[in-house]
Design a protein. Structure first.
Length: 311
């Protein structure tokens, strides 16, 4: 029995299945990098082998929040900065789902930064795509957590006095077991990284550079880019935490100097996911909790039956 009849269905998956039957007109600006995320995600799904009924996409607020409107799957458009707790709950209830969360740099690294840190620390089995355009785009161009120091905007007319967040380093130090960066101008790499992120058992963070031609012309198109796996100038072990940290630091410095370093920066395949940890200590059943809603014979437990009365 499955919580959804389509889960585990063995058949060919076509990328067009992820385009809504009545496709809404995209309201992203012409040239927006968000189109690149949508395209890469649609291309990745057949390689992962998941159909729309096996997939949940949770989005936050901002231009990135529209992703779930243009991508056919189960979807949940959450409030600002809260895509991760919703995604975590869904994955805990039905571990068979392919859970993807998405948000912008303001959504994920700003108001949702606490959820980002703790979801990474607990290593929940999901993919988190952060649309990083170094600006608040939907609200018309305010400084964001990844805007470079000195960047001028309506909220910082004399230039930002703050150093930007280092998202790759933050993900690593928080505990993410897969950390990568790609860009909308590199569609082939973006698809490959999303496939690897979804196939990874644990929290996979993808910092996705998405140019904003309307409100952040300073970032241009994030080109030219360099794939650190393909370049002879960079040689590091992505399974070595210290080497990964040094490479991330270099990549984050280089971005604001006009050099875009993308690729896989860290991967730990041995660390158990949060779900596996909970099952190991007996706090979570082996079968998905969602299955119980489809089992007429299941005898429901109540919290007062499970907990000792406080004395």
């Amino acid at each position: 029995m499955s919580a959804f009849n389509a889960i585990g269905e063995d058949r060919e998956i076509d990328r067009d299945e992820f385009t809504p039957t009545i496709e809404p007109q995209a309201t992203w600006c012409p040239g927006c990098g968000d189109f690149g995320v949508l395209k890469a995600l649609k291309q990745a799904m057949p390689e992962v082998g998941r159909n729309p009924e096996e997939t949940l996409l949770v989005t936050g607020i901002g231009c990135s929040g529209k992703l779930s409107s243009y991508f056919r799957s189960y979807g949940f458009h959450s409030i600002h900065g809260r895509s991760l707790p919703v995604a975590r709950a869904a994955k805990m209830a039905n571990s068979d789902l392919e859970v993807i969360a998405a948000g912008g740099d303001g959504d994920g690294y700003g108001i949702g930064g606490n959820h980002f840190m703790h979801t990474a620390r607990e290593n929940h089995d999901m993919t988190y795509i952060v649309f990083d355009n170094e600006i608040f785009g939907l609200t018309k161009g305010q400084t964001s957590p990844t805007s470079p120091k000195g960047h001028k905007s309506k909220t910082q007319p004399h230039g930002s006095a703050k150093q930007p967040i280092r998202p790759l380093s933050l993900a690593l130090t928080s505990g993410a077991s897969f950390v990568a960066r790609t860009a909308a101008v590199n569609p082939n790499q973006a698809k490959e990284i999303l496939v690897e992120a979804m196939e990874h058992d644990g929290f996979a963070h993808v910092d996705f550079l998405t140019q904003c031609p309307t409100w952040n012309k300073d970032a241009k198109q994030y080109v030219p880019y360099i794939d650190v796996q393909d370049s002879d100038d960079y040689d590091f072990d992505i399974t070595d935490r210290r080497e990964a940290a040094e490479m991330m630091h270099e990549a984050e410095d280089a971005l604001y100097e006009g050099e875009v370093l993308t690729g896989r920066f860290y991967k730990d395949s041995d660390r158990p996911s949060y779900q596996q940890e909970k099952q190991a200590v007996g706090d979570m059943p082996e079968e998905p909790l969602a299955e119980r809603y489809f089992d007429d014979d299941y005898e429901w437990e109540r919290s007062y039956d499970l907990l000792d009365r406080h004395k």
